[in-house]
Ligand binder design. Sequence first.
Ligand SMILES: C[S@@+](CC[C@H](N)C(=O)[O-])C[C@H]1O[C@@H](n2cnc3c(N)ncnc32)[C@H](O)[C@@H]1O
Length: 317
Amino acid sequence: MKESLASTTILGKDHTGGVPTALTLDLLRLQGEAMTLGQRAKIVGRFSPAEQIDIHQEYATAQAVFWKKWTVFRCSQAGEGDPNFGDVQKVLGVNRYFAREIVNPEAGAFIVDLGGGSGTVPASFTKQQREGLAGCAIIDNNDLLAEKAEQRLKRMSIANSRFINHDLADGSLPEKLSEIISAAKPSHVVVTTNWSLYFLDAPTRTLFRSCLDPKVIGGRPSRLVANCITVGKFDREKLKQGFIKHLPSYLARFPKTTFRAIQALKQMEQFADELTETTILRTAGEFETLMREAGLTIAAVNPTLLWGQSTAITAVK
Ligand SMILES: C[S@@+](CC[C@H](N)C(=O)[O-])C[C@H]1O[C@@H](n2cnc3c(N)ncnc32)[C@H](O)[C@@H]1O
């Protein structure tokens, strides 16, 4: 018998990324106007086939427009151009902590950075970690970033490093990736993703499955290390409190950058608002579920980044 739409539960209890829990599809339709594109995209499978096609197209277009629009603000480095996200990140130190302490690549590792932007993760390693790498591939489909990322990697003297312009939204990895990895002769492969992967569930699962597939990484020891927003949205009050609490130490360590970070805060809020409107923001729990469904095992979860607002998950095959 056909499933009654009216009684279809939309989301389970773990899904707290901004979509109300336990709504029926009919209720959801009634509230359709109020749902953001990101929310509709997150539950796309619940819509009719025709609606699904529309949501897919609308989502893909909005994502491309969004990331291009915010390229300069979101992917500039601290001190570069106008006050930007990089200044805020440098002050907060979350990228440094994620890259150095959690990703913490061993000598001989090859880094694959999914949605890697201008190379924030490799650029945040210590000099020693960077010099020990066998190679690095940043995969991102924003061509405005290619030159910036390549120059940054060159400055960092990371061996065998490159930016690969590739769209990950359908869950596919670049065809030449396995060849690139094997040419670098790494001892390990570490796949990272820092606040990226805003794709639909199915391609995200495919991506998780294939990024640790021996066909891609050549059977070397490997892990996936993802940093994501803990509850799928930042609590601004908590971020503000944490920032104010640590302000004296930030000012003492990075006076210029801290002033720039303060100047960037208004735009940060605007960026975060637009991100929430257009994008699938998954909770850490949802990322873990997708990883398990992709056949991975969760090896470690660190929920302490950014005063608990961000969570790093390490998974292995
Ligand atoms: C929040 S930024 C994170 C960038 C970088 N990981 C960092 O920590 O600075 C998200 C990145 O995902 C990339 N992205 C968005 N959609 C993508 C897609 N379909 N394929 C590949 N990359 C994509 C964007 O261009 C952007 O650089």
